[in-house]
Design a protein around this ligand. Structure first.
Ligand code: SF4
Length: 384
């Protein structure tokens, strides 16, 4: 490793790796809204949104979010539901909820003053190593690194790092190496330049090494085996779970209920549903599970408010047999949902306690899990 560091320094002796990277960045960097601000709050918003989401998708959400909540104080004082509504469509809603909790921490524990260094930023709920490093270096010029997936990929290729990048040992190794390369004068630009290199040149499957400013010192490239990096741990197989979903419909309205504030898709609205026992034999394929009307009704009782059972129209539909649709597949980090869904019509005059009825045409404005998007699209098309 020391040899490689030395070789990187020697090869780039006339112009350091950092200088070359910064020079390249100033020539090619994209004109993005969050690059025009030094406001740590706005940088925080952009960094959170950019996690697992593409730049072009993020831009309108970023602008809309800052328009609705222009400061950390305004974010903290907003209701969580309003925040989730503005976030709606961007997915991974726990990011918005954690940011809202972080804003409340800043308002209540720090009297609204945004922390100005990496260690203090790390104490904010929802801010981890990467985001703290990005905000501290970009907004406050602190000499710290910010290692996201792009940076891990680039650096592991530069070093031909042969261990899985997800481990703590690899993280320490990449961080320590980056600290020896980093620009003392422009740490924020250096971190952004590495991310930009990963986004524009050193992409996951087709790195454009001919356009890379670091090609002559990149060990992965020089070995001709750059796609071997980053080395990943073998993936544990995702568990597939079949979820039956019941869309309760009354005229042109549908019923939503709120998920618990813990666990998967916490605090989001959803169509009532129930998971079948894990690993059922149909779960891996596109075919629909065979569920007779008695079993359907048992599962329905687990999923929906009790009052619904007394609606005669509902009973009729179960006796006639439900029309199941799907599957809609949705992948979380550790599991896949195979969603099978059906519409159950309620009598027009039927009321539910604690009901939450939403017009179908307004569904897109509600913070529903992206997992249900395909169902919502179908509901627009279905006739009542
Ligand atoms: S030379 Fe190729 S593999 Fe190496 S950092 Fe540049 S783009 Fe990535």
């Amino acid at each position: 490793m020391d040899l490689l560091r030395d070789s990187l320094k020697d090869t780039a002796s006339e112009q350091s790796l950092s200088d070359r990277l910064l020079h390249w960045f100033s020539d090619v960097k994209r004109d993005l809204p969050w690059r025009k601000t030094g406001d740590p709050y706005a940088i925080w918003v952009s960094e959170v949104m950019l996690q697992q989401t593409q730049v072009k998708t993020v831009i309108p959400y970023y602008e809309r979010f800052l328009h609705s909540f222009p400061s950390v104080e305004q974010l903290a004082k907003a209701s969580l539901e309003d925040v989730l509504t503005i976030w709606s469509g961007l997915g991974y809603y726990s990011r918005a909820r954690r940011m809202w909790e972080g804003a409340n921490y800043i308002l209540q524990q720090l009297k609204g003053e945004f922390p100005r260094n990496y260690d203090a930023l790390l104490r904010i709920p929802g801010i981890g190593d990467y985001t703290a490093g990005a905000i501290a270096s970009i907004a406050f010029g602190q000499n710290v690194v910010a290692i996201d997936g792009n940076v891990k990929r680039v650096v592991s290729r530069l070093l031909a790092w042969s261990e899985p990048v997800e481990t703590a040992r690899s993280y320490r190794h990449l961080r320590d190496t980056l600290m020896t390369w980093q620009s003392a004068l422009q740490p924020g630009d250096f971190n952004q330049a590495l991310m930009e290199l990963g986004a524009l040149v050193c992409t996951p499957t087709k790195p454009a090494c001919l356009r890379c400013p670091l090609a002559d010192v990149c060990k992965g490239h020089l070995e001709g085996d750059f796609l071997r990096y980053p080395v990943k741990k073998p993936k544990a197989q995702r568990q597939v779970v079949t979820r039956l979903t019941f869309v309760l419909r009354k005229g042109n309205q549908v019923y939503l209920q709120k998920r618990s504030s813990r666990g998967l898709l916490a605090d989001l609205w959803e169509f009532p549903g129930v998971e079948l026992s894990q690993g059922d034999s149909h779960s891996l394929h596109d075919d629909l599970p065979l569920i007779d009307s008695e079993e359907s009704f048992d599962l329905f009782q687990k999923a929906v408010p009790q009052e619904v059972f007394f609606d005669n129209r509902v009973k009729d539909q179960f006796q006639r047999g439900l029309l199941w649709q799907g599957p809609v597949w949705y992948t979380f980090s550790h599991r896949r949902w195979k969603i099978i869904w059906t519409v159950v019509d309620l009598s027009e005059q039927y009321l539910l306690d604690k009901e939450r009825w939403v017009s179908i045409k307004d569904l897109r404005a509600i913070p529903l899990p992206v997992a249900f998007s395909a169902i919502i699209e179908q509901l627009y098309l279905l006739k009542t």
